[in-house]
Design a protein around this ligand. Structure first.
Ligand code: HEM
Length: 464
């Protein structure tokens, strides 16, 4: 009888969100939404197939059952649009780009961007991914024994990769300012979400609004500058800017305006690096808790590369490394919630859902749902052995969403994360500088509240 609890203590428990004990009264709910919206999700979201409640002034349905998730995101996707809270948070920066547009406007932008995400094309980017990771590795080795904020370091690494691969070079963008700009902007989004739940008009001021708007203006000016420079040069390249410049709306034959281009470039720059950086950040945290799993990744890299440097063709062969990343994204999905607004009345699991209802797909909670996962809080990459994946419901795991709006950058992100991990892990060992767990903060993405400071040591043995 005692054995299971001993085992339980032997395996470190990665940090998780603590759901509230009781239903929160309105004022406390509002305060919690502003501080950290994921902390209002009740225990029921981790246990029930569907949970319905009024969140401030919005009728809200949480959908956890994988069949219902499929209904919302795939089968009946046409009956939903992006939600008011998400649009209100993201539209001021991303306009009506690929992530935020709906209907026909979304469809032609998706078609325009699709060629750059074809598998063969993405494989051509892996060399850049490895090179950026090697620059980070060399920087870390030069300060071995020191401490780095892994969250910040991963943001810079993935930022370098997105501008190298999608914009054909850095184009003079200040990565540090972009990172601060994104953080400042995202920081304000818990207010915009709360105000949307309260149905307050969009002009209502809130703390940090000025700072968020300055950040947004900086980011937009930078991408407009890049667009203007490309138009001015008349250069034709087949990078993302080139593809978008040549795209024509099939219905109107209209080309993208500079504003449309800026919306999309900013969408790709932000959606395309912050999420992957977070996936890696949480992976480094988990590997500090589980050095035996880190050792297995290092051993796999050594086998696949035969002890030599990582080359692009190796990355797809790193099956265990990919399992580790997938399991890290189960526990810490960088995009922990997907939200939609019902455009028509419909019925879900016998519940009448009137048009206008917000439908939350709480990815973080689905990934830790007691009916879907055995010991949901345990980090166990074996869950992603192909035969185990096959036996599981397809919609029990959705770090990249699902259906027509599934992440366009999914393969890019998986290759990128595996390449970065496979370059860094064999040479360095990272351990939390404070010995404490990071805190989980929802700001559209799932971020470590105050970064993730880790000590960098040279890894002894085969790799270093
Ligand atoms: C680990 C990394 C990533 C995660 C976890 C992630 C997650 C997601 C999720 C959940 C969605 C769907 C949102 C919804 O349905 O409302 C999405 C959409 C999107 N992602 Fe990613 N993403 C990642 C990396 C990337 C990368 C590398 C790029 C670009 C290079 C990218 C670009 C986009 C875009 C443009 C969309 C909107 C697609 C559409 O609506 O058609 N993402 N992402």
């Amino acid at each position: 009888m005692i054995a299971p609890s001993i085992q339980h203590h032997a395996s470190p428990r990665p940090v998780r969100v603590a759901p509230p004990h009781d239903a929160l009264p309105a004022l406390k709910l509002l305060r919690t939404v502003i501080r950290n919206p994921i902390e209002v999700w009740p225990q029921a979201v981790y246990e029930e197939p569907l949970y319905r409640r009024r969140l401030l002034s919005r009728d809200t349905v949480f959908v956890m059952d994988p069949d219902l998730v499929r209904t919302v995101l795939v089968d009946e996707a046409a009956k939903f649009t992006k939600s008011e809270a998400m649009l209100r948070s993201l539209e001021p920066a991303l306009g009506e780009g690929l992530l935020t547009a709906d209907g026909e406007r979304w469809r032609w932008q998706r078609r325009a961007a699709a060629p750059i995400f074809r598998h063969e094309r993405i494989l051509g980017f892996v060399g850049e991914m490895i090179a950026a990771a090697e620059r980070r590795r060399d920087a870390w080795l030069s300060i071995a024994g020191g401490t780095v904020d892994v969250a910040h370091e991963m943001m810079h690494t993935t930022f370098d990769i997105i501008v190298e691969t999608m914009l054909s070079g850095r184009a003079g963008i200040d990565a540090g300012r972009v990172e601060r700009g994104i953080t400042d902007y995202l920081e304000s989004t818990s207010w915009t979400v709360a105000l949307a739940l309260l149905r307050a008009p969009r002009w209502v001021p809130y703390p940090g609004r000025g700072r968020a708007e300055r950040a947004r203006d900086y980011l937009r000016e930078e991408v407009l500058r890049i667009v203007a420079a490309r138009r001015h040069s008349g250069e034709r390249r087949s990078d993302l800017i080139g593809l978008l410049l040549e795209a024509r709306d099939p219905e109107t034959d209209r080309a993208m305006s500079d504003q449309d281009l800026a919306d999309n470039l900013l969408t790709f720059i932000t959606a395309g690096h912050e999420t992957t950086a977070l996936a890696l950040t949480w992976t480094f945290y988990l590997l500090d808790l589980h050095p035996e799993i880190a050792d297995r990744v290092v051993a796999e890299v050594a086998t696949v590369t035969a002890g030599g440097p990582l080359r692009p063709e190796h990355v797809e062969q790193l099956a265990y490394t990919r399992q580790v990343l997938q399991e890290a994204m189960r526990l810490y999905p960088p995009a922990p919630i997907v939200v939609r607004a019902a455009q028509e009345d419909l019925v879900l699991a016998g519940e009448r859902i009137p048009a206008g209802t917000s439908v939350y797909v709480p990815v973080y909670a689905i990934h830790r749902h007691v009916r879907l996962w055995d010991e949901p809080d345990r980090f166990d990459p074996e869950r992603f052995v192909p035969s185990v994946v096959k036996a599981r419901h397809r919609y029990a795991y959705l770090p990249f969403g699902a259906g027509p709006r599934i992440c366009i950058g999914m393969s890019f992100a998986l290759l990128e994360a595996a390449a970065i991990l496979a370059v860094l892990l064999p040479v360095v060992r990272l351990s939390r500088a404070s010995g404490r767990d990071p805190d989980l903060k929802l700001r559209i993405t799932l971020r470590p509240g105050t970064g993730l400071p880790m000590r960098v040591a040279r890894r002894q043995g085969r790799g270093g």
